[in-house]
Write a protein that binds this ligand. Sequence first.
Ligand SMILES: NC(=O)c1ccc[n+]([C@@H]2O[C@H](COP(=O)([O-])OP(=O)(O)OC[C@H]3O[C@@H](n4cnc5c(N)ncnc54)[C@H](OP(=O)(O)O)[C@@H]3O)[C@@H](O)[C@H]2O)c1
Length: 346
Amino acid sequence: MSERPQTNRRFVLRSRPAGLPDDGNFEIETLAIVPPCGDELLIRVLVAALSPWQNQRLKDFKNYTNPFRIGELIDCDVLGQVIAGESGGFAPGVLVTGRLGWQEFAIARSEQLTAATAEFADTLWLTALSSPGLTAYCAMDLFGRPMPGQTLVVTSAAGAVGGYAVQLGKQAGMRVVGIAGGSEKCALVMERLGADICLDHRRQGLDERLGEACPDGVHLFFDTVGGGVADAVFHHLAKYATVLIVGRTVSNNSDRPDIDPVNMRQLWAREATIHCFSRYSYPERWSFARARMMQLCRDGRIRAVEQVVEGFERTPAALRDMLNGKYMGKVLVRYAHADDNLGGLR
Ligand SMILES: NC(=O)c1ccc[n+]([C@@H]2O[C@H](COP(=O)([O-])OP(=O)(O)OC[C@H]3O[C@@H](n4cnc5c(N)ncnc54)[C@H](OP(=O)(O)O)[C@@H]3O)[C@@H](O)[C@H]2O)c1
C-alpha cells in the first residue's frame, strides 16, 4: 500500500510578465497536505494541461477571464488519480479530470471532477474530450455552420484547438486551409489531420499564398491567434464570410494585451459576420459536445495531437515554449504516473 504524501508543491504567481512569462514569474510553495474530510477527495495530479489563456490571466487587463492574483495558484485542467476519500462514486484509484492547477496534490469535491474512464487513453480526457476538442466542436457547431464545398481557414492549425477545427471542417465536407508555423507542423496538419493544404506563416508571401490556396475566397475563418496572420486572412474573405474569433494568442503574448488592433476594412468590405466565442457562455452545450466527440473518437474520425513534457519543475518553461510555438497539439506536463496498486474503477 502506498504511503500517504505529506507535502504538496504548487506554483503560484510571483510577478506579472510583460510579454512571455519566464521562471521568475512563478514561485514554488510547499504546503502540508491536510487529509480530506467529509466528502472531500485527495487527488494526485498526474498530468497538467497548458494553454495560452494562462498567459492571458498572468496579466492584469479587462478580459472575459479574471487575472490571477499575486500569490494565487496557477489554474488549469489536470488529469489526476483519487488517492484518499470516497464521495460521489469516486474512490481511491479512479482517474479524474478537473480544474486543479499546477500542483502535485489537490483536495476536491466530486462535483468539481469528471471521471476519466478506461474507454479512452487517459490523456484524451485533456485533449479531444476536454477544452480543446469541446471548444472547437461548440464554436463550429453553434456559429461555424460549415458548408460542404466552402473554404475554411484555420489558424494555429497544428495547435490544441485548431487541430480539431481542421478535422471537424473536413468532416463537414469543407475545403480546409490550415495555417501553422513551420514545415513540420504543416506536414502534420495535412497528413495527420487531413487539411487540403497548410501554409507556413513563418515564410514570406503569406498573403499571396493565401490567394492561391483560396481562389473562391474564405467562407469561414476559425481564428485562435489574431495579429498579422489574421489580418492576412481578412484580405481573402469571400462576400458574407463568417469570422469565428476563438482566441487572441498574439495579443495575449504581447506586453499590451489590452490593445488588440484588427484591420476592420476587409471585414466591412466583405460584409462579414463576426462571432466571438467563449466556452464559458455555453455550459449547457458542453456535455452534448463531449458525447459527440466521444463518438467521433470511438469511430476513429478524430485524432488527438499532444506533446508531453516531463516534470513538475518544468511547467513554466513548457508554457513559455508552447507560447513560442515549440510544440504541436495540446501541451501536457506529466507530474506523476497512476498508482495501479490503488485499484479503482479505471
Ligand atoms: N474561446 C474559448 O472558449 C477558448 C477555449 C480554449 C482556448 N481558447 C484560446 O484559443 C487560443 C488557442 O488555444 P490552444 O490551447 O489551441 O493553443 P495553441 O494554438 O496550441 O497555442 C500555441 C500556438 O500558438 C501559435 N502562435 C503563437 N504565436 C503566434 C503568432 N504570432 N502568430 C501565429 N500563431 C502563433 C503557435 O503555433 P504556430 O507555431 O503554428 O504559429 C503556438 O504553437 C488561445 O488564445 C486560447 O486562449 C479560447
